[in-house]
Design a protein around this ligand. Sequence first.
Ligand code: ZN
Length: 478
Amino acid sequence: MTTSFSRRLCLAAFAASVGLLSHTVGYAQNQTDSTQIPQISSVSISQNLLTEIKQHNQLMLNLEEMCDGIGPRLTGSPQLRQAQQWAMAKLKSYGAVNVHEEAYDLGKAWTRGVARVRLLNANGMVLDVQQQAWSESSPHKMFAEVIVMNVKTLDEFKQIAPRLRGKIVLAISTPKATPEQEKNFKQYSDELNKAIQEANFSAIFFVSGREGNLQDMHGSPSARYKRNAAIITKEHANLLQRLIARGITPKIEFEFGGRLSKDTVKAYNVVADFPGTELADEMVVLGAHQDSWDLGTGATDNGVGAVVTMEVLRAMHALNLKPKRTLRVVLFSGEEQGLLGSKAYLKAHVAEQAKIQAMLTQDAGGGRITGFLDMKVDEWFTALNEAKEQTKELNSLDITYAAGGGSDHQAFFEQGIPAFAPIQDTLDYRSHTWHSQVDTVDHVAKENLVQNAQVMAVMTWAMLNGKKLPHQAPQVLR
Ligand SMILES: [Zn+2]
């Protein structure tokens, strides 16, 4: 998440809005004389949600079923389809209605194959390299020498391009558009793509951003580097650079077997509703991407967000709550390839966008939620503050004056919709599990997951029943 944190003093009055406090739930209404109906305040409902989730949650069970049972969920893969069927069955069993999938065009699907990379000189080690998703592979074993690329601009790239032909390019840094080129990005992009094509290198190795021999998978159907693109661990990239610094050119044998599908395919989002009452045509979208990278099992990115989302619906149904607005759960796909699922959802639901009260998503690992970004909108800041005041457990949450993207809420925010993602304790997410092979269930602590679901449930409940939040004009989040 790209976040510029700057704090501001919270001067807002914390008294919960009248709308929130006076809301009455249906399950208490079995008396005939309405004056006898005990007013169940939003505060008590929030407390009930905390208790229900603490006592009866299915969070770890669902995380294990999805990650250990089904496994990684690359967009376009059969495993993601299986996980979506699984989630739909669960959501139905939790009382959701209108449970269905919505298709969009992904482009070609991609399937991982072998990745064998070996140094032929120096210490002759097998190198920790994985093929980048959505890159095509050569159909046979290849041999090439390594050359380091450390360029900042398109011009610098063009200068070294003739030396890259037939080589394995160890990409320490790749060309970035200057502010001037940003203004005409299409032209820059076309020029760069042409230069890459002409350079005609044998393979390109990007250096992993993770520590400790861990991988850092990425790639998408629109990836710029099309053939034999791969990710090498920091440690083995360092080895290659040390050899070059001592005048030894690394010679490498490599073979990649990942492949694109012959035809283009559809990808899907899962949609499920928990209906509202007096404002049923308005909705709060509680979304999380269910897709993951494929080296681990996508437990922290974003199995956690997916099972929390499902748990919020389960708990609200179990308590027989009657929200004013409709809760719409969306399990997105294609997030890892550039928010493809949330963008497709918004496009398919243009007519409903004005009716979206708010969108919430959780996608920053398995750490405790410590606060929310207000996206720098005063009314949203006030609403978040009022929402967290519902329970003492949430009082310490920090509502921060900042805007951040990097997950599906960004696509909603850019349409002007109030869209929020929590700030979470980082734990080992950024350094280890994020997109790596150790993104597994053993990096998720049950007590954190329970806290995540409790916070998301209370915040969602407040948005379902609170004052109408203003939308903004569409804008690009920088
Ligand atoms: Zn994610």
